[in-house]
Design a protein around this ligand. Structure first.
Ligand code: ADP
Length: 163
């Protein structure tokens, strides 16, 4: 059984991420969404627990999707799964440059590990977690950017951080 691993920092998960996860779930037997906790990114908006909980809520309706988290090297971490394949979304050429480099690094660590790319849905090519954070900070409407069931939580978090 092949396992699709969809990694990301998900700070927070967006409808762009979810579109990739849903499409991977239609192709692969099982999908593991992996919240990466060792990111070099500074000052995340959400705690690790909050990021994981939001992803759990967002994927609850997909029976073959589960959530895990990783605070080590992803290329090592995925070895615990059966025939893992990394799935990444590509929005623009800039994503490609970064992902190409990441794939080469991952193969140094785990030579058998392949990465497959799904092109972003055109509705979401503009969308990133940082855009959502920015919009939330200024109190803009998040409808159509993140799953409906997360909007209230994200808005409340942004309100608390503005204080
Ligand atoms: P990181 O910041 O660790 O790269 P992200 O959470 O931003 O993680 O993104 C994780 C993955 O989701 C990446 O492969 C990224 O290209 C993809 N992704 C992010 N936003 C979108 C989007 N709007 N459409 C498609 N793929 C996306």
């Amino acid at each position: 059984m092949k396992t699709a691993i969809c990694p990301g920092s998900f700070d927070p998960i967006t409808l762009g991420h979810l579109n990739i996860i849903r499409r991977a779930a239609a192709i692969f037997d099982q999908v593991v969404v992996c919240v990466t906790l060792n990111s070099a990114k500074t000052s995340p908006m959400f705690s690790n627990e909050e990021k994981i909980e939001m992803v759990r809520k967002a994927v609850a309706k997909y029976p073959n999707v589960t959530v895990d988290s990783c605070n080590s090297l992803l290329a090592e971490f995925v070895k615990k799964y059966e025939s893992p394949v990394l799935i990444k979304g590509l929005r623009a050429a800039s994503d490609f440059d970064y992902e190409f480099q990441m794939d080469l690094v991952n193969k140094r660590i785990n030579p058998g590990l392949e990465t497959m790319f799904l092109t972003a849905d055109q509705k979401y090519t503009f969308l990133s977690s940082s855009i959502v954070r920015e919009m939330a900070h200024y109190g803009a409407d998040l409808k159509g950017l993140v799953p409906d069931e997360l909007i209230e939580f994200i808005e409340e978090k942004a309100r608390m951080q503005r204080r």
